[in-house]
Design a protein around this ligand. Sequence first.
Ligand code: BGC
Length: 255
Amino acid sequence: MRLKDKVAVVTGAATGIGQAIAIRFAQEGAAVVVDYIGAPDAPRETEQRIASSGGRAIAIAADVSKPAEVQALIDGAMKAFGRLDIVINNAGIEKKASFVDYSLDEARRILEVNLLGPFIVSQAAAKQMIKQGQGGRIINISSVHEDLPMPLNAPYCMSKGGLRMLMRTVAVELAKDQITVNNIGPGATYTPIDADIQAQPELEKALMSAIPLNRWGKPEEIAALATYLASDEAAYVTGSTFFIDGGMLRQASSS
Ligand code: BGC
């Protein structure tokens, strides 16, 4: 068990990468706070899968872009488990539309959730970790698109590019408190965020041809990297993005 006695908050943990991380962390001995938004039954599957393998978890609804809800999330973690060691900023949204037609309100919402969300959550978490005085781990689920442009996805790419500099800056600032900050940059991972592509074979084929390993990544593969970064073994790792993309970035940069 690599995360024994740790307490982790995972945002957007009802589905996809967040769900896989929450389940894996619980298997590794962490107590997990499953953040979600939407219907109260949204986090049930994550909770049940954790409970059925003997793990500890609670679900708390919090919109990561709302500071009061985020504070309640951190307070809830403290009340349930008494400490906070790991935060996974995973909650994220995207909407594809051409740049010239992109609605400002939709762009703003994407930035609020994908970029200001991690700012708000990390700030509240870091205050608690500093108070505890035993360091901590902040891990952002970014994307290959913190580096790689994606046409029809400008606000998403802006948010992930911003997340890169949020991570780098905060990593330097929080190092004195032994809090490490890193990004994971997944490529095409088989989760509901890409349901549109999964439903259209031609689009899916085009995406796979952009990936040297020629397949989707699995959420569990992202969770394995998150487990390492969250563990004590990664104490000297901070300020970096770790891409896990089947070679997508290398192929893009060679063409
Ligand atoms: C996006 C997906 C996209 C993938 C690879 C992810 O960050 O959420 O929509 O398929 O990157 O381009």
